[in-house]
Ligand binder design. Structure first.
Ligand code: UN1
Length: 507
């Protein structure tokens, strides 16, 4: 362990070796083998985690199922009070947790702290929600009948998260699930187990002090743990964030047992820039969306679809802006871009660029490995021919493919021409163009922004996308409904038996 990681870990009470299994208590007997978490900015080990095996995951589910039986009887506003305290505990640890996220996955400190803020925001949202889990009442067609719907807790929710948002995505699911009355079993990314352990410790302290059952379980582990969770009939909902390939397995596995899945998978997000756009706004918005988090957000801008009359000038400004991006230690002041998460991600970026070149694309800047320890690259801008096949795939790296369009219809068609449907944006001053982009014949994505980039969603909206992005919605709006079961209730109070549809039966 280096001095740097030692400081970050000790601020959160973590040592050199941690159990990655929390099932009511921290378990010292986890059987999933040891994993070393690596600092991507140096390649040095941070700490060891003893992972859960698939059988350990069964135990975590069994414990969560027991906790659920008690938790579902706790009134929702009281559940909200627990989440309020969790939000307070996260506020107190914002800097420390931000530093751990930066250390473990390499995102810069400002973004890592922003991610903790996202958890805090979701906690606040969930507290309010705990008094607003509204059902409807309907007018029955039968006399002296009352009809309504109500929402009950669902059960144990499996939450599978990716490395790039190792904290916030758990919070979207777990804190909303908690006010809904569910218990959570979390399978974090193998790239970010320490963040998950630190969060589970913070949260469990609050749960224990409040005298509530241990509703937040943790099973750090590999694919076998995720697969086990997806296959477990005691888990009515599995919420999974990650690649389309992973989501396909989770979706198929849960569907086979008639469980539910909530999928938040790959994106291939475009920004359309019209000929009337404010190019300063465009440059700044695209810079953050394409280079932020080193291009490793599911919402990162991967495609720029620029009007042919401004494409050259906008590309020139972007190449200039890219040259000024300070790449380096994510924990250091002033860094704008940290490393990629691991060596595989660097290879993936290089392969994508080689494929692009082979198809006739021109790399205008970046796209190189940086000669230092850790997994650093320079962000790339690529002038792309229209039908560039590699640009239809999501490469989790800072590559921006630039395409030209010759009008709004053409641009919208290009935006929608990929398999993924997460985020999209248009930059224009023309109200008619932006409204058409937002209309039924406009962007086909779950998120649509005007005069902004594609990343950086607020928690208050429902987050997710269409097509191969998986169709799930998490976080704000009425996404809570996925974490509850709906019950339609009819009560007859007139002393008569009346059948719907006016049916008379034997009278
Ligand atoms: C993700 O990359 O999986 O909209 C989530 C954003 C963030 C969430 C990204 N609030 O960029």
């Amino acid at each position: 362990m280096t001095k740097r990681s030692d400081d970050v870990l000790s601020a959160l009470g973590l040592g050199e070796t941690q159990s990655g299994l929390f099932a009511g208590t921290w378990r010292a007997d986890a059987r999933g083998g040891e994993l070393v978490s690596i600092d991507p900015s140096t390649g040095a080990p941070i700490a060891r985690v003893v992972q859960a095996s698939a059988e350990d995951c069964d135990e975590a589910v069994a414990q969560a199922a027991r906790a659920f039986e008690a938790w579902r009887r706790v009134p929702a506003p009281v559940r909200g009070e627990l989440v309020r305290k969790i939000g307070e505990a996260l506020r107190a640890k914002k800097t420390a947790l931000g530093a751990l996220i930066a250390l473990e996955v390499g995102k810069i400190r400002a973004e890592a702290e922003g991610e903790v803020q996202e958890m805090i925001d979701v906690a606040d949202f969930a507290v309010g929600l705990s008094r607003q889990l509204y059902g409807k009442s309907m007018h029955s067609e039968r006399p002296s009948h009352r009809m309504l719907e109500q929402w009950h807790p669902l059960g144990v929710v499996g939450v599978i998260t990716a490395f790039n948002f190792p904290a916030a995505v758990w919070a979207w699911n777990a804190l909303i699930g908690a006010v809904c009355g569910d218990a959570i079993v979390w399978k974090p990314s193998e790239e970010a187990p320490l963040t998950a352990i630190a969060i589970t410790r913070i949260v469990d302290d609050v749960v224990r002090a409040s005298g509530h059952p241990p509703i937040f379980a943790l099973a750090c582990g590999g694919r076998d743990v995720g697969a086990r969770l997806a296959n477990d009939r005691r888990v009515p909902l599995v919420s999974a964030t990650g690649s389309c390939a992973m989501g396909r397995i989770v979706g198929e596995t849960t569907a086979r047992r008639f469980g539910r899945s909530l999928l938040e998978l790959g994106g291939n997000n475009a920004v359309i820039v019209m000929d009337d756009a404010d190019l300063d706004v465009a440059t700044r918005a695209i810079l953050f969306a394409a280079v932020g988090t080193a291009g490793q957000r599911c919402t990162s801008t991967r495609r720029l679809i620029a009007h042919k009359s401004i494409a050259k000038e906008l590309t020139r400004r972007l190449v200039d802006a890219y040259a000024r991006v300070k790449i380096g230690d994510p924990l250091a002041e002033g860094t704008l871009m940290g490393p990629l998460v691991n060596a595989r991600a660097v290879d993936g970026m290089m392969k994508a660029l080689a494929a692009a070149r082979a198809e006739g694309a021109e790399v205008l800047c970046g796209g190189e490995r940086v000669d230092r320890a850790g997994f650093y690259v320079t962000p790339a801008i690529v002038r792309a021919p229209r039908d560039l096949a590699i640009a239809r795939e999501e490469t989790f790296a800072p590559i921006l493919y630039v395409f030209e369009h010759d009008g709004l219809d053409d641009a919208i068609a290009m935006n929608n021409a990929v398999a993924q449907g997460l985020s999209s944006a248009i930059i224009t001053r023309d109200l008619r163009a932006s409204e058409r982009f937002l209309s039924a014949e406009g962007s086909d994505c779950g998120l649509a922004y005007v005069n902004m980039g594609t990343s950086g969603a607020e928690i208050g909206g429902a987050f997710g996308g269409e097509k191969e992005t998986g169709g799930g919605r998490e976080s704000g709006s009425d996404a809570w409904k996925a974490y509850m079961r709906r019950q339609t209730v009819v009560v007859s109070y007139g002393g008569e038996v009346a059948l719907a549809q006016g049916i008379r039966f034997g009278d």
